[in-house]
Write a protein that binds this ligand. Structure first.
Ligand code: S3P
Length: 432
């Protein structure tokens, strides 16, 4: 698909960043709020929905499947979703184009699996290269049928049924998208669908299902492993949802404030679900000055204000078990690591090769071209920080972002401290 509006963006050394700011709504939670609103009974109001490309694709797809959605006319109003109840979607009359969004694609494939019709999915070049077999396999076990042109990748069709059988499924990969696809299929499945998570992943769907009144329990078994049990065909009731600010978006500002000397910022109302905030722990271990204040609950999610000051940081080893809780933050951690004293090691991060781009390769190539020493292995990345004593990172290059918004934003942050400006070759990818 040709890319429209492709234009370069450049960032260069800047003065301290100061002030109080809020960032847009959480992407993962926004998708889930729209989807549950669509299959709940009655009206759901969503405030703070992320109006980025990915989430808008999800909303468009739900509208194509018969859901009435009213978009707000002013920032003070929420989105209104008029839910059609469990199993209430209509067969789509056109192809569902998920653009760049792996989350919308995988979650909707799960949801549609519990409906007796066929839907066709496609996406942009990035999404078409990403594996969908990871959700197709468990959903096939439940009774959905798939056809895909290229070995479990998009374009694909899913034929669902209202006679799915419940499964007990142990996640072979720590993936919230796989877990969520199975649970959404389980909503219209008679009996108990069980997902077992040897490594816990973000639990936004479980929290939101509880908030909408689903029959769901989440508990650790005798071996300490997280088990999620969902009894299907229980009506959900429309709710008022407030979406927290996205920690993964805040992460770019947090790192920018740490590395730009003299900076001091406060980010208000950010989601700090512990299954998302592994980056905070890592940055604190690196010596960053970060304070979490005013913790409170919003629509079943923990939020807080995050204060950050520029700090001298040192390299660390990121523990393997922390990887799922910061899976989207490795690109921006790599920028912090480049500015730290000493070496930062990230191991067990091979999943990053299957994101919007091969993020290990993109980070390694981008940083190397900027003058940072990086060692890349099939599932690890080692960054030799330039640190405060060794002078600035040269930069002065154009980085190719390969349809990946997190790569784009990470290198724009690095340009704020590099000796020469850094250009990215496509700013429009940030719209997601
Ligand atoms: C997401 C889960 C993660 C994450 C993605 C959003 C979600 O993907 O990388 O940005 O909302 O469920 P995986 O489940 O593939 O790890």
């Amino acid at each position: 698909m040709p890319e429209l509006n492709v234009y370069n963006g450049t960032s260069r050394r800047c003065s301290p960043i100061k002030g109080q700011v809020s960032v847009p709504g959480d992407k993962s939670i926004s998708h889930r709020a729209l989807i549950l609103g669509a299959v709940a009974a009655g009206e759901t109001t969503i405030k703070g929905l992320l109006e980025g490309e990915d989430v808008l694709r999800c909303a468009d797809a739900l509208e194509i499947m018969g859901i009435d959605i009213k978009r707000p006319k002013s920032v003070h109003e929420g989105w209104k979703i008029y839910g059609r109840g469990i199993g209430g979607l209509f067969e789509p009359k056109s192809v569902l184009d998920m653009g760049n969004s792996g989350t919308a694609a995988r979650l909707l494939i799960g949801l549609i699996s519990g409906h007796p019709f066929t839907a066709f999915f496609t996406g942009d070049d990035s999404l078409k290269s990403r594996p969908m077999s990871r959700v197709m396999e468990p959903l096939e076990m439940m009774g959905a049928d798939f056809q895909s042109a290229f070995e479990g990748k998009m374009p694909l069709s899913v034929t669902g049924t209202d006679q799915l059988v419940p499964i007990q499924f142990t996640l072979p990969i720590a993936s919230a998208q796989i877990k969520s696809a199975i649970l959404l299929a389980g909503l219209n499945t008679r009996g108990m669908t069980q997902v077992i998570e040897p490594k816990q992943t973000r639990d936004h769907l479980e929290r939101m299902l509880q908030y909408f009144g689903a029959d769901i329990t989440c508990e650790k078994n005798t071996e300490g492993i997280q088990c999620i049990n969902l009894i299907g065909q229980t009506e959900l009731i429309g709710q008022d949802v407030v979406i927290p600010s996205d920690f993964s978006s805040a992460a770019f500002l947090i790192v920018a404030a740490i590395i730009v000397p003299g900076s001091q910022i406060k980010i208000i109302g950010v989601g700090i679900n512990p299954l998302r905030t592994g980056l905070l722990k890592t940055l604190l271990e690196m010596g960053a000055k970060i304070e979490i204040e005013n913790e409170r609950l919003e629509s079943g999610e923990l939020i807080a204000d995050i204060s950050v000051e520029s700090s001298a940081i040192k390299g660390v080893n990121v523990p393997l078990e922390r990887v799922p809780s910061m899976i989207d933050e490795f690109p921006i951690l790599s920028i912090a690591a480049s500015c730290a004293d000493g070496v930062t090691q990230m191991i067990g991060v091979g999943e990053l090769r299957l994101k919007e781009s091969d993020r290990l390769k993109a980070v390694a190539q981008g940083l190397t071209s900027c003058g940072v020493t990086v060692e890349e292995d099939h599932d690890s990345l080692v960054i030799h920080g330039c640190g405060s004593k060794k002078g600035y990172i040269p930069g002065g290059v154009t980085v190719s972002v390969n349809l990946d918004h997190r790569i784009a934003m990470s290198f724009l942050v690095l340009g704020m401290v590099s000796k020469y400006a850094i250009t990215i070759d496509n700013v429009s990818v940030i719209d997601t």
